[in-house]
Design a protein around this ligand. Structure first.
Ligand code: ADP
Length: 163
């Protein structure tokens, strides 16, 4: 069975990577799909995010990375994916994600949204939190893969955090 994992991934964090790794053991193929969301002002271009995720998931044979700019369910249907993966961290995620799952169900009844609970250690982690810390020169190498930390530091300047 094919599952897609759509999101902004601006940038991919260890929390996203944990969801990808765990789901790659549940499904034959997982496609991580970077959305071109015009309402968000991203730090990295879609192409850059795709390359970052490809590098982060290189060791996972059944994981592919792509991008799209339409309805998620249309992408899923075009790629024979029956499952749409999303991660849940806190209660506020649940409200937003349930609304999205119900909406997608009205658009395509044969595609199921499957939620994976975050691992305990990543429950607090989000892409915006990583950018916020990096902007103020804090350390982020425990939150994102090393090559992403380097990319982010190039954007904001070298981290100047002192303990
Ligand atoms: P979007 O803009 O579509 O919400 P994100 O990149 O922020 O894109 O998130 C993609 C998915 O990954 C969402 O379902 C989100 O809840 C989930 N996610 C983000 N961070 C984590 C984390 N630390 N642990 C588990 N799931 C996460």
């Amino acid at each position: 069975m094919i599952a897609i994992y759509p999101g902004s991934f601006d940038p991919i964090t260890l929390g996203h990577l944990d969801i990808i790794t765990r789901s790659s053991k549940l499904y034959d193929r997982v496609i991580v799909v970077v959305s071109r969301n015009p309402s968000k002002d991203p730090l990295f271009s879609v192409e850059h995010r795709v390359a970052q995720i490809q590098q982060a998931t290189a060791a996972l044979d059944n994981v592919d990375v792509d991008s799209f700019d339409g309805l998620t369910v249309s992408y899923a249907r075009a790629h024979q994916a029956k499952v749409l993966l999303r991660g849940l961290r806190v209660l506020s995620d649940f409200e937003k994600e349930l609304q999205m799952a119900h909406t997608n169900k009205t658009l395509s009844n044969d595609i199921e949204t499957v939620f994976l609970a975050t691992s305990t250690e990543y429950g607090f982690l989000s892409s915006s939190l990583v950018k916020e810390i990096a902007k103020f020169g804090g350390p982020i190498d425990h939150l994102v893969p090393m090559h992403i930390a380097i990319d982010i530091e190039k954007c904001y300047g070298k981290a100047s955090f002192k303990q």
